[in-house]
Design a protein around this ligand. Structure first.
Ligand code: SF4
Ligand code: SF4
Length: 330
C-alpha cells in the first residue's frame, strides 16, 4: 500500500461542476496523483462506502466535499468523511452556502417531489412516487430519504476550511493544491482552522476594472437589449450587479466580460448575511426619499430572491422560506 497521504473528494447535493473544475486544472492534476493516494472519489474511480468505513479514523489527510446535505445519505457520508479526514474542506458554493440546490428551501419537500413526478414533462400515468424502502424477493431495498430542507456542510459537521465559488475557479484550486503540497514538504503552513481558502478577502468590486463614481440609481434594468457602457460600473448604469457584497477571487470574471456579478463566490469577508448586505448596498445608492418611487425603482428587480439569495439561501440567517420551515421536523 502507498505511503502517500490520502486524498478524497465527494459530491453530495450538487451538479458535478465542482468535479469538472478540479479536472479543469489540466496538468496540475498530476500533482494530486504524485503527492496523494486517491482513496475515494466516486466521480473518478470505483470505491465503495464500506472501503471508507474500514479505514482508520483520521487516515485521510484531505477531503474536498462538494454539495449540500439534502438527504440522509449525504449526511451519513459527511459524518463518515469527517471522522476519517484530518482536513475537511467545504468545496464550492453548494457545500459552503447551499447554492442553487438550496433554492429548493423555498418549498416544502412534498411539493418538490410532487412537482418532479407530476408535471407536464413527466410521464407518470399511474402516479407512482418513490418510496424510501421497498420489499423485493431479494430483500428490502432503500433509497435516501429527503430532508425538509437542504443544509450546508457546516450545519451538519465541523469544517476545517471553506473554499467558495460556483464552481471554484481552476486557478484557485491549483493554488490550493500547491499550498497543500508545500505544507507536505514543510515549506509552508496551513492557514488557521475555519479560514476561507482559494479566494480573496475583499469584494469583486475591488478586482473589477470598471470606472466608478458616486452611484445614484433612479431605475434598475436588465442587461439585455440596450446599450451598456463597456467601461463604466454596471451598478452605476442601473444593472443590479452583486459585486459589492461578493467575495473576490474570481478576477471579476463576469463584469470583465460584460455581465453583472451574480454572487457565485459567496459573501465577502465579514458579511454575515449576503442578501441583507446586498439589499443595504442597493438601498444606499437609490436616488430618492419618496417611498412610492423607491418601490417603483425596486420593482425593476424582477426576482428578488434570485437576486439576493441565489447562492446563499441555505447558508443565510433565514436558511429557508416560510413554507419549508413549517414542515421542518429537525
Ligand atoms: S458593482 Fe459590479 S460593475 Fe460595479 S465595480 Fe462592482 S463588480 Fe464592477
Ligand atoms: S464576477 Fe461574481 S458571478 Fe462572476 S465569477 Fe466572480 S463572483 Fe462569480
Amino acid at each position: 500500500m502507498s505511503d502517500k497521504p490520502k486524498f478524497a473528494m465527494y459530491w453530495a447535493a450538487s451538479c458535478g461542476g465542482c468535479e469538472i473544475a478540479v479536472l479543469n486544472i489540466h496538468e496540475k492534476i498530476l500533482d494530486v496523483d504524485a503527492n496523494f493516494d486517491v482513496v475515494f472519489w466516486p466521480v473518478a474511480m470505483d470505491a465503495k462506502y464500506k472501503d471508507v468505513e474500514a479505514m482508520e479514523d483520521g487516515s485521510i489527510l484531505l477531503t474536498l466535499f462538494n454539495g449540500g446535505i439534502r438527504n440522509d445519505e449525504n449526511e451519513h457520508i459527511a459524518k463518515l468523511l469527517r471522522r476519517k479526514s484530518k482536513l475537511l474542506v467545504a468545496f464550492g458554493s453548494c457545500a459552503n452556502e447551499g447554492c442553487i440546490p438550496g433554492l429548493a428551501n423555498l418549498s416544502p419537500v412534498g411539493e418538490i417531489v410532487t412537482t418532479a413526478f407530476n408535471t407536464v414533462s413527466t410521464d407518470n400515468p399511474n402516479q407512482i412516487y418513490p418510496r424510501t424502502s421497498f420489499d423485493t424477493p431479494e430483500g428490502e431495498i432503500h433509497i435516501p430519504t429527503l430532508y425538509p430542507r437542504l443544509k450546508t456542510l457546516d450545519q451538519v459537521v465541523d469544517v476545517d476550511y471553506y473554499m467558495p465559488g460556483c464552481p471554484p475557479e481552476s486557478h484557485q484550486i491549483a493554488a490550493v493544491i500547491d499550498l497543500v503540497v508545500q505544507v507536505l514538504q514543510g515549506k509552508a503552513q496551513l492557514p488557521p482552522k475555519g479560514a476561507v481558502i482559494g479566494a480573496g478577502t475583499s469584494t469583486v468590486c475591488d478586482e473589477c476594472k470598471r470606472t466608478r463614481h458616486v452611484k445614484t440609481i433612479t431605475s434598475f434594468k436588465r442587461i439585455f437589449g440596450q446599450p451598456i457602457d463597456p467601461s463604466l460600473c454596471l451598478l452605476e448604469q442601473g444593472i443590479p450587479c452583486n459585486g459589492i457584497a461578493t467575495r473576490d477571487g474570481c478576477n471579476a470574471r463576469c463584469p470583465s466580460a460584460g455581465a453583472q456579478c451574480i454572487g457565485c463566490y459567496g459573501p465577502a469577508e465579514g458579511v454575515v448575511d449576503y442578501g441583507a448586505r446586498l439589499i443595504t448596498g442597493f438601498a444606499s445608492v437609490i436616488e430618492s426619499n419618496d417611498p412610492d418611487q423607491i418601490d417603483r425603482i425596486l420593482d425593476g428587480i424582477p426576482d428578488p430572491t434570485g437576486q439576493f439569495y441565489r447562492f446563499n439561501l441555505a447558508g443565510s440567517l433565514m436558511k429557508a422560506g416560510v413554507s419549508a420551515w413549517k414542515k421542518e421536523k429537525v
